[in-house]
Design a protein. Structure first.
Length: 414
């Protein structure tokens, strides 16, 4: 059943943090006051004209919004089906949609009188966007990163430090993203007064899922008006990749009540369907509670968090937004997967036919959209969210397409 947009707004943006049975705020008691303070502030800013004006102005002046909706005529002709369009979130400052919710949250932190931002990052993209916004708006910034990620994502560590952030390598556990999250939570517990924890997707305890959806929904609002202007009608399908779910929810939110618009989330199919080889939470995960919220997680038979894999770091995460878990269960958002190899192919196809190099994350959405386009009639319109640009993936795509060049380049550097 499709609800009205007012009902979706109430269920998602104005909720107390539960989306069906998903969501919630399962955190240590010491953090509850902080999250409650944040939830109250989020409630207030949703209708605060001065706040919203500053948020919109910062998006325009600092990040370059609105981003274009680009027709892909050569690619559409080659696929021989529906007309494809791309929403180019990769043209945002720092290269992806992530800056939308970073700007919103840093402005909220300032309003709360916080002087210090902490964040966790896996591949470094969220840390990079956070560090840039903190520098711009004058807040102290600390980013936690698992030691393994710290070492293999050296360029992003460098950018964060150049932007004035302190990057802390976490030596505990597996030395990856989940350990960075735990370290950031510990920091927050120790310094709750002055610190704002800036979470990088529509996941985590209330109010983060609703709040980050709110700060990302500008993407779908722009798509709606751009598509109406270009085509005189709404798209037939919107396709986005799903890591935690923020770019997908940002794209989908404004279309939730438009029954004729199919909304499709594409998860990382990795190398296969056996445990540890993919990151498809909705399609292969189980409900559970982790990192403060109830949603689908990849788990082993004992309910422990399972290993994940994706060629794209941004999709390589064990959980998914509780809002998407709910929208999947009620049938409003469809889910599919695209594998590592399909995503790499899609990068090359889009680069060669349209001159745009997408992020590997976004390439999962393209890989699925290519198949979908071929099945749909020529007058159908499909919009794909290019959540980010591909420059950050230089070493991964080069290793795939030109391994010998990469080897020689790396040898020259060392
Ligand atoms: C981080 C990232 C993603 C995945 O995060 P979501 O919250 O699912 O959007 C997707 N694309 C790009 C380019 C990213 O940097």
């Amino acid at each position: 059943m499709i609800l009205t947009q007012t009902q979706y707004r109430r269920q998602i943006l104005d909720s107390t943090g539960f989306f069906g049975s998903y969501g919630g705020c399962f955190v240590p008691e010491v953090l509850l006051p902080n999250l409650q303070e944040m939830a109250l502030a989020f409630d207030a800013i949703k209708s605060d004209a001065a706040f919203l004006a500053e948020y919109t102005q910062t998006l325009q002046q600092f990040s370059g919004r609105p981003t274009p909706l680009t027709p892909l005529p050569r690619l559409s002709a080659a696929l021989g089906g529906a007309r494809l369009f791309l929403k180019n979130e990769g043209l945002n400052h720092t290269g992806a949609h992530k800056i939308n919710h970073c700007i919103g949250q840093v402005l909220l932190a300032k309003r709360l009188g916080k002087t210090r931002i902490i964040a966790e990052t896996g591949a470094g993209q969220h840390g990079y966007a956070t560090a840039a916004v903190c520098a711009r708006l004058g807040l102290d910034c600390t980013v936690y990163m698992g030691l393994k990620d710290y070492e293999r994502q050296r360029p992003n560590v460098y950018w964060m430090e150049l932007l004035g952030a302190r990057v802390i390598a976490v030596e505990a556990g597996e030395q990856t993203l989940n350990d960075a999250v735990i370290a950031a939570f510990k920091d927050w517990v120790a310094h709750p007064e002055e610190t704002y924890y800036l979470l990088g997707s529509a996941v985590g305890p209330h109010p983060y899922p609703a709040m980050n959806t709110f700060f990302q929904k500008i993407v779908g609002e722009e798509i709606r008006s751009q598509c109406l202007e270009l085509n005189g009608r709404l798209p037939d399908a919107c396709v986005a990749c799903v890591g935690g779910g923020s770019n997908a929810l940002g794209m989908f939110f404004d279309f939730l009540d438009a029954e004729q618009v199919r909304l499709i989330g594409v998860e990382a199919g990795g190398r296969g369907t056996s445990p540890g080889t993919h990151a498809a939470k909705v399609l292969h995960g189980l409900p559970g509670i982790f990192e403060g919220y109830h949603s689908y997680f990849l788990q082993d038979g004992d309910g422990n968090i399972a290993a994940t894999h994706s060629v794209s770091a941004g999709l390589d995460y064990c959980g998914v937004s509780p809002i998407l878990a709910w929208l999947a269960d009620v049938g409003r958002v469809e889910f599919a997967t695209a594998g590592d190899a399909e995503a790499l192919d899609a990068v090359q196809t889009l680069a060669r036919t349209e001159g745009i190099i997408p992020a590997l994350e976004s390439a999962h959405a393209f890989a699925h959209a290519f198949k979908l386009a071929a099945e749909m009639p020529p007058d159908a319109i499909i919009v794909v969210n290019a959540s980010g640009r591909g420059e950050k993936d230089l070493f991964i795509t080069m290793q795939h397409f030109q391994p010998e060049s990469l080897r020689r380049y790396a040898a020259g550097l060392l």
